[in-house]
Design a protein around this ligand. Sequence first.
Ligand code: AP5
Ligand code: MG
Length: 224
Amino acid sequence: MSERSAGTLNLIFLGPPGAGKGTQSRMVEEKYSIPQISTGDLMRKEISSGSSFGEEINSYIKLGQLVPDKIVISMLLHRLDHDDCKKGYILDGFPRTVEQAKSFELALAENGSFLSGVIAITVADEVLALRLGDRRVCKKCSTTYHLFHNKPKKDGLCDNCGTPLSRRRDDEPDVIANRIEVYHQQTAPLIDFYQNRNNLYLVDGNKKIDVIFQQICVIIDKLT
Ligand code: AP5
Ligand code: MG
């Protein structure tokens, strides 16, 4: 990891699949000019490259299982070494296990760095499946849309780059159900983990996208 000075904003966005981590963290990226880093996006990029490493990663993602900690931690730490992370970053979907959280804590300590806060977005399970089923994504720039709640300006095309929108392969009903189950088993314990460190900020993700964003900005403005 590159060295970071005081005044940096290092955030984690935690939440179940479909909670709106990607949607909100990208809005935060734009407003606060720090990069949004999604471990899911990093891994989908590797899969699209057609490498054998990507194939290995895909064997977990397509089933809705977590990719092994060792692989994810190494990809994430490598990404955090880039210069654009010096002023801070927003981690979207990392950590996802207590093991990942502990490794990350160690890496931060070794680097003399710190976490500014963990924003956990909560949404009822029944809402998550509806959101993911009607999600559409841009494979080129990873911008996310929803057929009803967050439509692109032109039907079926990305607002940013005009690329035709598609469905994520893990947004099939049986895989969605597995991802939600995996979240409860392996990721939800992180709520207590960060609450015990007085680092957790809960946000009600059942509201409208803009309302949630305003609440998140209030939290971030207190952290800076
Ligand atoms: P990842 O890509 O991180 O997927 P996820 O956690 O399952 O979360 P999603 O991206 O599906 O949901 P989101 O919270 O970002 O919601 P979004 O903003 O898109 O991970 C994919 C896979 O990679 C994992 O299953 C795992 O295999 C692997 N992986 C990734 N990280 C890993 C790690 N650290 N360790 C191990 N394995 C890892 O919103 C969803 C939809 O709802 C969109 O259509 C959006 O427009 C809409 N929406 C958002 N907010 C609202 C709202 N308030 N009201 C109405 N609609 C809304
Ligand atoms: Mg996402």
